[in-house]
Design a protein around this ligand. Sequence first.
Ligand code: 1QQ
Length: 417
Amino acid sequence: MFRSYNSAKKNIVTLILPFLLTLGLVVACNSGSQTPTNTASSPNSTATAQASVEGIPIGAAIAQTSNTALIGQEQVIGLQIAEKFFNQQGGVNGTPIKLILQDTAGDEQGAINAFNTLINQDKVVAIIGPTSSQQAFAADPVAERAQVPVLAPSNTAKGIPQIGKYISRVSAPIAIVAPNAVREALKLNPKIKKVAVFYAQNNAFSKSETEIFQQTVKDQKLDLVTVQKFQTTDTDFQTQATNAMNLKPDLIIISSWTSDGGNLVKQLRELGYQGLIVGGNGLNTSNVFPICQKLCDGIIIAQAYSPALDNPINKSFREAYMTKNKKEPPQFSAQAFAGVQVLVEALKSVDNQTKISTLPLDQLRSKLNEEIVKGTYETPLGKIAFDPEGEVKQEQFFVAQIKMDADGKKGTFAFLK
Ligand code: 1QQ
């Protein structure tokens, strides 16, 4: 049973609902204007709001600090837009949702701590998060044991939904998304023959992604001339870059995190590499622009989202995002939004069967988990559904190429397909 209804009887809920809804909207609007690290939805900063305003608590375990926050920041924006949007639409059959953000930072322990707090203290019905697959492999088992549904907004490594019955994802697996970037590179330069691959060996996601890239290189009958390894914390790539360039590759593929990948691209270009570069999902954020600046220009990155996707919910999401951020929404914001949407719609279908205000929390969590995988959802990512294991089924993927202004200060993701 979630907090607001702990001691409430059914009829009280009905009586105070309009009141709750009004307040819920006020809080949701406020939370949208806060910075990610000090959001109004964070339990520590909202003692008063929490006391007077309640809603169905949805947990978000997201990296708001550390180098993973370069991606986490985009997720927080998507979550906040979703909270406001779905509450304006009436929340879950009239009851607002309440997003509770916990910072995971970038490591495994941070994610485990955030999960424990959300589950035991905040008593959330489900968790959206964590930001990285590396963290998911450590923290998801905590939720699995507690039987709390987890919906991953950005975990793309192989094996995530298989962690357990309570784990599903809206982030399409890298196995399906990544090969599109290589195919697109071959369209841009059909003469590509020799490929050098780089990957961060201390990160579950990069290891998973490089396997896919290396397989794609073989499938395309290209020559994999070298595989260079590094750490996500590295800043100097002279040795690996020189090793690769001695072999004269005409395509370089990088599976990294954001700052390491940005620095690697920069150093490859400074050493004179002129061929195409395919980057992985870790480079899929405009937060890489300040790192490689004008040398980011041309990086090709596969996308699980396109701002141009033509459906009403994407139009609403895109408009809300652009009004606030004055640029096109990125994939990580769209996936976070889709995560909230799936939970809201799955909660509605639980509520249509049994009023959720009458369900004890453990039953609500397990019914919600069942409903998540049963539904079909028209989201900003297009139409998505899940297989029984919780793996997302998505129809459309895209590829974008980074285009930097001449001064290297501003850039965009230009869609190729
Ligand atoms: C993963 C990823 C990251 C690049 C996004 C946060 O896809 O860790 O699975």
